[in-house]
Write a protein that binds this ligand. Structure first.
Ligand code: PAF
Length: 279
């Protein structure tokens, strides 16, 4: 496994790669969810490139950019264990050179709702760095987790709008045994907070159980579960049409229930696909 930090090193290594190249973009603090992305990348490409970069442009003022965990040595071990060929771990100046104009990419309407409404500019930062990392790594396939469902949808739209010939693959969320979605931010949680956070997957379970009763019941079930969970402060609970991301209509068959909530000072997001078949 080659570990490179500068664009010049990456370019040399990338040019020497043959066959299909799959990229997994991460901000490090790697866990089993990321490991799964690497495994899926290995199924889609002969060569797997992982990027590790805590992108300052996707953090708003007062968010956790400074305390975001940076664990490069441990991350490299995860990459090694999962057959990664190249790790690109650049500094900010390699991604955004001060003497170059890096195009800012806008996430559009979908980037302004839900997660985007609570974190203004977040998705512009995400698509800007993803676009940049696609330019630098030149993959055939890019693999992203479905836990960040809105991010995945925004990236798919950006890739389509830019006419990039890269295949975007989404990978189902990896969960802890008790149902908590794996996230680099879980490590901020105390033992008690971690227990409290289980209200989020419980809310998704409750929502799914009501799917035969239609959108209003699905949403109400998730809201009720979270409202009854002391220590959970909800940013939003929403049900959207999985295709359009609009409010589900009478013909919507597949919906996505989305939750963002704070437990202590940690903000967590999760989602579940539900088949809507009721009134
Ligand atoms: O999902 C993440 O870890 C980040 O948003 C990404 C896609 C690596 C862009 O910085």
């Amino acid at each position: 496994m080659k570990v490179v930090h500068s664009r010049a090193e990456l370019d040399a290594v990338r040019t020497a790669l043959s066959g299909r190249v799959a990229v997994v973009m991460t901000m490090g603090a790697l866990h089993d969810g990321h490991a799964r992305l690497m495994d899926v990348a290995g199924e889609h490409g002969e060569q797997v490139v992982v990027t590790i970069f805590v992108n300052p442009r996707q953090f708003g003022a007062g968010e956790d950019l400074d305390r975001y965990p940076r664990t490069l040595e441990a991350d490299l071990q995860v990459c090694q264990a999962h057959g990664v060929d190249v790790v690109f771990a650049p500094a900010a100046d390699d991604v955004y050179p001060p003497d170059e104009t890096v195009p800012v990419v806008l996430a559009g309407g979908l980037g302004a709702v839900l997660e985007g409404a609570h974190r203004p500019g977040h998705f512009d930062g995400v698509v800007t760095v993803v676009s940049r990392l696609l330019d630098l790594t030149r993959p055939d396939v890019a693999v992203f987790g479905e836990k960040d469902a809105q991010q995945l949808a925004v990236i798919r739209r950006m890739v389509a709008a830019q006419g990039r010939g890269v295949e975007v693959v989404g990978v189902p969320t990896v969960r802890e045994r008790d149902g908590l979605a794996m996230s680099s931010r879980n490590r901020y949680l105390s033992a008690a907070e971690r227990e409290t956070a289980l209200a989020i997957p419980r809310a998704l379970d409750a929502a799914e159980r009501r799917s035969a009763e239609g959108p209003a019941a699905v949403l109400a079930a998730a809201e009720a579960e979270l409202a009854g969970a002391p220590g959970v402060s909800v940013d939003y609970v929403a049900l959207v049409d999985s295709e359009t991301w609009a409010e589900p209509g009478p013909r919507t068959r597949f919906g996505k229930i989305l939750v963002a909530a704070r437990v202590g000072s940690t903000r967590l997001i999760d989602n579940r696909e539900v088949t809507l078949c009721g009134p």
